[in-house]
Design a protein around this ligand. Structure first.
Ligand SMILES: Cc1cc2nc3c(=O)[nH]c(=O)nc-3n(C[C@H](O)[C@H](O)[C@H](O)COP(=O)(O)OP(=O)(O)OC[C@H]3O[C@@H](n4cnc5c(N)ncnc54)[C@H](O)[C@@H]3O)c2cc1C
Length: 454
């Protein structure tokens, strides 16, 4: 006998089906709520599908398996290919009016880009990391864009995203040189030991030693042991890459704060100008302070890999790189305020509106962290729903009305069974081609594949 599913009568709309949204909605469904998931991309997964480096098949497939188990829950109604925002398919206000949900949860990741605002940063050949990551991972809109990558690429930032980009430049583009530029020193690098192994064989060790000698006085002034640092940075250099040899030299420039992308008279990138820095104590950490000395690092392409910001056009109040959250402790459940959206203009919490994952804290951590944040946030949503009365009209009726509105607007929402068809189709193509994974990189191809297998 099949067990009757728990139903609370509440309808919740979640925007975004990345790890935070998907792991999060499981908590809502378990509590008996009906959940409508609206996702910009046809496929669920967010950065698991379109961010994590494309050859990490095992990791991606392991997470996808868990997503599949969650998304077949009959209380979860997935709609891919539906974008929410001011200039998108639907606004947040329309969702509120049309569906009258008990709560709306924004799990749309951090879709905006962060820049330093330096002269020249809008030139051809200057890119944001996420755009390139989306490009090489086949996200429609970005997959077909023509990114002009030269032979000498300066990447600003020294985190794991820089390493992923270097990985692509070394093993796919096989360019001449990648230069990772850091405002602070080698010990403040943010990439992990595991990730750097993908490009360690390409690290120019002579250049690294010369660079460490250049910055030795500034590093020793803050007590750094250079021999230990050198050993750490070169630890994996003996490793042969599983992806074969590549001529690309990977270099680092430390204590270098970018101030300008230098362009030639034709508007092409010819260097990244940096101000040399020293390290100074600020609280418990070390900050970079400019020395007034500027040098040019010759390059023809510049990539900003300094983190992302939330999408300001989604319709929530923003501050800095993030949406505004309730600054006051929740009187009933202290901690829940971290997930509540706050309107600074009126000084009030926006009733029933929540943020989770990278939409709550942009570029913060790996999938495990987004999962935890999604689950914690949805626990706060569940506590909120215990205090409010569900809407009077049947969630199924509201869902049907919503689907006809999408249709009347010409929005081709993709259901979860259709995603399953698409995935089956892609698996079949991969098998026919004898490759580990295959995916379509345009919406048109995906919709055709869904139609073909219907
Ligand atoms: C380059 C890169 C490499 C990474 N590599 C790894 C790794 O190897 N291992 C690891 O564990 N973690 C990795 N991460 C981190 C991991 O991907 C994130 O922690 C996680 O995906 C964040 O989850 P999220 O659900 O908050 O956001 P996202 O994954 O960004 O999901 C957001 C979802 O919202 C949807 N959306 C966006 N805007 C709208 C809108 N307006 N309307 C409707 N839907 C919308 C998108 O379609 C997307 O599905 C990587 C991240 C990056 C950037």
């Amino acid at each position: 006998m099949t067990e009757e599913l728990k139903r609370s009568g509440h309808l919740v709309v979640t925007i975004g089906a990345g790890p935070a949204g998907i792991y999060g909605v499981r908590k809502l469904a378990e509590a008996g709520h009906e959940v409508i998931v609206l996702n910009r991309d046809i496929k669920p997964g967010g950065l698991v599908e379109y961010g994590i480096y494309f050859n990490k098949h095992k990791l991606k497939e392991g997470v996808r398996k868990q997503f599949r188990q969650i998304l077949v829950d009959p209380r979860i109604h997935y709609h891919g290919h539906v974008q929410i925002g001011e200039e998108a398919d639907l606004t947040l206000g329309e969702i509120g009016e049309l569906l009258a949900p008990s709560a709306i949860v924004v799990a749309a990741g951090a879709q905006g880009t962060k820049a330093l605002g330096i002269p020249g940063d809008h030139a051809e050949g200057v890119y944001h990391a996420k755009d390139l990551v989306y490009h090489y991972n086949g996200l429609p809109q970005f997959s077909q864009r023509d990114f002009r990558i030269g032979q000498r690429v300066a990447i600003i930032g020294v985190g794991n995203v820089m390493v992923d980009l270097a990985h692509w430049l070394v093993h796919e583009k096989k360019i001449g040189e990648v230069i990772a530029v850091a405002r602070r020193g080698p010990s403040q690098r943010a990439y992990t030991d595991v990730e750097i192994q993908a490009v360690a064989a390409n690290l120019d060790q002579d250049d690294l030693r010369a660079e460490l000698e250049r910055v030795r006085p500034a590093l020793e002034a803050v007590g750094e042991d250079l021999s230990k640092t050198t050993a750490e940075l070169t630890r994996h250099c003996g490793l042969k890459s599983k992806e074969g040899e590549s001529p690309t030299r990977l270099r680092f420039r430390f204590l270098s704060s970018p101030t300008e992308v230098v362009l030639n008279s034709a508007g092409q990138v010819e260097a990244l100008r940096v101000e040399q820095t020293i390290l100074v104590e600020r609280g418990t950490s070390l900050a970079a302070r400019g020395t007034g000395t500027f040098v040019d690092i010759p390059c023809d392409t510049v990539i900003f890999a300094i983190g992302d910001r939330v999408d300001e056009k989604l319709g929530l109040p923003c501050t800095g790189t993030e949406y505004v959250r309730n600054p006051h402790p929740d009187p009933l459940h202290p901690g829940d305020e971290a997930y509540q959206v706050y309107d600074p203009a009126s000084g009030t919490v926006q009733e029933g509106l929540f943020v989770i994952g990278w939409s709550r804290s942009a570029s913060d951590g790996v999938v495990g962290k987004a999962k935890l944040d999604g689950e914690r946030g949805m626990a706060a949503v569940n506590r909120y729903l215990e205090r409010v009365v569900p809407g009077t009209s049947d969630p199924a009726e509201r869902l049907a009305r919503f689907r006809s509105l999408l249709e009347s607007r010409g929005v081709r929402a993709v259901t979860y069974p259709e995603v399953q068809q698409l995935e089956a189709h892609e698996r079949q193509v991969a098998a026919e081609k004898g490759i580990e994974a295959f995916k379509y990189a345009t919406n048109e191809e995906m919709l055709t594949a869904i139609g073909a297998s219907a």
